[in-house]
Design a protein around this ligand. Sequence first.
Ligand code: ADP
Ligand code: MG
Length: 695
Amino acid sequence: MNVPEIFASDVFNCSVMQARLPKDTYKSLINTINFGHPLDMNVANVVANAMKDWAVEKGATHFTHWFQPMTGITAEKHDSFISPTKDGKVIMEFSGKELVMGEPDASSFPSGGVRATFEARGYTAWDPTSFAFVKDGTLYIPTAFFSYSGEVLDKKTPLLKSMEALNREALRILRLFGNTTAQRVIAQVGAEQEYFLVDRAVYEQRKDLIFTGRTLFGAKPPKGQELEDHYFCPIKPRVSAFMKELDEELWRYGILAKTKHNEVAPAQHELAPIFTSINVASDQNQLMMEIMKEVASRHDLVCLLHEKPFEGINGSGKHNNWSMGTDTGLNLLDPGKTPAENGQFMLFLTAVIKAVNDHQDLLRLSVASAGNDHRLGANEAPPAIVSVFVGEELEAILAALEREETYKGSGRKVMKLGVDSLPVIPKDTTDRNRTSPFAFTGNKFEFRMVGSSFSLAGPNITINAIVADTLRQFADELEKAPDFTAALHALVVRTIRENKRIIFNGNNYSPEWTEEAAKRGLCNLKNAAEALPHFADEKNIALFERMKVFTAREVVTRTEIMLENYSKVLSIEGLTMLEMARRDIFPAVSGYIRTLAKTAGAVKDTFGAACPAEEKTAKELLLLNDKIAAKADELEERLSSAAAIDETGAQALFFAEKVLPVMQELRSAADRAESLTDERAWPFPTYGRLLFSVN
Ligand code: ADP
Ligand code: MG
């Protein structure tokens, strides 16, 4: 396989554009891509035609405006290129207008009450900063999605706006440092994607996996992840074949798939692409998740992207490695070597620290979902408390700065920012703590709370917006200062002093940290139902409005959508449990009790002997089946009470506090019954089979 040759071969990227577009057209398109200059319709017509010719050569017959409504997945509607001619034939046509703007029926997408369904008009607008591509005979055009009244209905638009805010404010800072060459500051992300692979035949026997993406029942298998023998272990042939095909396919779409390995849990794996601009990373991550499922299916596998498909073993996350870079190739989170570079680095570093401290609630709720609730704080992922890890060396430097002391670490000293040099900060010492939710890892921050099925948009809208708003405050202060170096030093020292409570380098999984965090007054929003309503807190609305990312109304409607989604997920899970408990588990247990009873009866009749083991097991199973039936009734009652609650916040809380605990009780009874019942009589495959079925 010639990787450089196949790489991006299905993408209408800059090199294809350059080869196929007239020079002037290419130039104005590049200006639109890089600087957001408006595109005139003549240019759009030429681009559309070239795009269509290229796509048709690649076998495309249709095009689609590909967008990201608030459902968490992508949406597409395919239109063919055909246009009738007078002689009863067709030609393939695609106009600039069709490229730039689409009008899908928007009535059935979540809007949180923005549009009544009768005013269903929604529009999609081409996003030229993310390249079009051909997939399965269709030209995919990445687009933003908004309503007739201009209200944003998707995840891409606010992400682009947040990137713009960060660009605007970070450039102000760079100019203060005398940087006149950078034209843009680009927020960039590399997302490490975790997933599970299970055998399709086994999967298809589990209603819970089919309907909810996670197992709602399942006794612990004899072997889980305790031997730690899966992490980085040799990859099995079937998985390896899947990964190989996946890489190849991702490369064709221009996705920089780089690292693949087995993860901690059995059947768990990871794929990490090389980082790129967040908008592109986000689109590509959506595409990647879809392709993972498709490729898995071709190998008779199912790819599970749920945050917690199995109880008792690790769930899956999506580590979000975030940094800011300039168009000239400078990473603003790189410490650099000279005093000036060091001063600039300390400013950006402390800006992120302050942003996280000021907006812990927003970061927390940007990763809140029914699925991620099972993972955060479960000793495998950071708790729901946000803190920042900077490593020992940086912490010591920050402490010395704060106390205006000399720093003697590594034989060097820091006194005045912008004047003295920092010691070299070794990257490997900053990467050891894997328990921190927000860790500085040498030249980027790794946000480890993101769930595996999440769109990258939400968490990164938040990071971009909070950092942008902090840089705004810094720029306001520094632009006015008569002595820049002195003001920079004072600002950094004050920022450390005021925000150091958010820095924690210890073990975030330990119970002591939870206590310590409470003492420090850090926010601890334990579940999604508790966290999500804070999105619409006054201070958060003000922030998003200031940064021009969301309007107040958009924040309120998004809060509604997220809360509704939480309740819907739990409702589906509850109903699935009911169905499995009553129609599969109860009859199976009952049948097995009958088998045991028959055996005992037959032994008594034939030999006049008792069967204590059969009797003991049957009695315990009888009690368990009673409990299963009772808990199922209770769950049904709670589900209907939940459904009757109108207010979305109250409904979500009811699910979290009143429905989930009953689901857990029902599960424990059923799981205990499973461990006592003949495996051949159990109605669906065990954890053992699910986790160890792929070889
Ligand atoms: P690890 O975290 O396993 O040590 P790396 O840090 O090398 O591995 O990379 C993990 C992810 O971080 C990759 O997706 C990589 O492209 C991304 N990454 C590396 N540098 C940056 C950066 N400056 N900004 C954003 N992401 C980055
Ligand atoms: Mg990493």
